[in-house]
Design a protein around this ligand. Structure first.
Ligand code: ZN
Length: 304
């Protein structure tokens, strides 16, 4: 029994429109769900992913309008590492990001940059057998597009404190970091020494990272986490998947989310993310929340 790599990564944005313009418009991801934060249903929860809305390429954002800029520090994920297919892809993104005013830094087979709110990303030419998870964008050739997550990097001053939990969750130590590799996909959890400054949760910072489980094994992962001293929540039905949450000993908020039912549970694949989706338990709030959400224009819809 193994976790199937990274399910999704959730971060915070101050501005949903600017966020959509960057991730759908520039990075070429597909906005696959526009819904509300189920723990705070007056604000958006946006999900970007590949064309099919698969776990493994799903970057999500809570919008907190007016939120101050955050800063990654001890106990926080500070970088999202994406796979790309070939070095030519790094050339392409260097040029494309530069043309959109985003500074990049090339380091061998890696390209670093930050989004407009300071969230740190790295594109990596990774040698893995996992099927690429690609979204369609008219300006991004498929062979150069993002292919899903490879890793998250977190700051920890004493990362050995996390070893027992990661071992209980069947992560394997590798040269690159701790790897969760299942039958379909793998993903890495990598520690770096923290900066001196304390972290601040805010716009442009990562809120949590979710690891993928089959639906059948979900509750067994909860038992494994408990056996290693973690304090997971009960299973929470997020409608698009089921989740448990707990903090790992280095301070990062972990989620374990199920591979399904997925984003087509309430909209057809061809129309994912076009309207505000509210899970059944939240539908009664529509008249209250929808008028108060700043409308978001999807650049992808505008092009077609
Ligand atoms: Zn989550």
């Amino acid at each position: 029994m193994k976790l199937e790599g990274i399910h999704h990564i959730t971060a915070i944005t101050e501005n949903a429109q600017r966020n959509v313009d960057f991730y759908a418009g520039v990075m070429g991801l597909r906005l696959v769900k526009k819904t509300v934060n189920q723990d705070s249903p007056t604000v958006y929860h946006l999900f970007f992913a590949d064309e099919e809305g698969d776990p493994g390429a799903d970057l999500t954002f809570f919008e907190y309008p007016g939120a101050a800029r955050g800063r990654a520090g001890e106990g926080m994920v500070h970088r999202i590492v994406w796979r790309v297919g070939a070095p030519e892809s790094l050339d392409f993104w260097e040029g494309r990001l530069g043309a959109h005013g985003i500074e990049t830094r090339r380091d061998g087979e890696r390209l670093h940059f930050a989004d407009p709110e300071g969230l740190d990303h790295e594109l990596l030419v990774a040698d893995v057998p996992d099927p690429p998870l690609i979204a369609d964008h008219p300006e991004v050739p498929r062979e150069l597009a993002l292919q899903g997550f490879h890793a998250v990097r977190a700051y920890a001053s004493a990362p050995e404190a996390s070893s027992a939990l990661l071992e209980a969750l069947e992560f394997e130590p590798t040269e690159e970091g701790w790897e969760a590799r299942g039958s379909e996909r793998g993903g890495l959890y990598v520690f770096d020494p923290p900066p001196a400054e304390r972290g601040v949760q805010g716009a442009g910072s990562v809120h949590h990272v979710a690891w993928a489980s089959t639906i059948e094994e979900h509750m067994q992962w909860r038992e494994k986490a408990i056996s290693a001293g973690a304090h997971p929540t009960p299973e929470i039905d997020r409608f698009y998947f089921k989740s448990i949450y707990f903090r790992e000993p280095s301070g990062v908020l972990f989620e374990i989310a199920t591979l399904g039912p997925g984003f087509t549970v309430d909209e057809p694949l061809e129309h994912l993310g076009e309207k505000l989706s509210l899970p059944p338990d939240f539908e009664h709030l529509r008249d209250e929340v929808e008028p108060n959400l700043r409308p978001v224009v999807n650049p992808r819809a505008a092009q077609t």
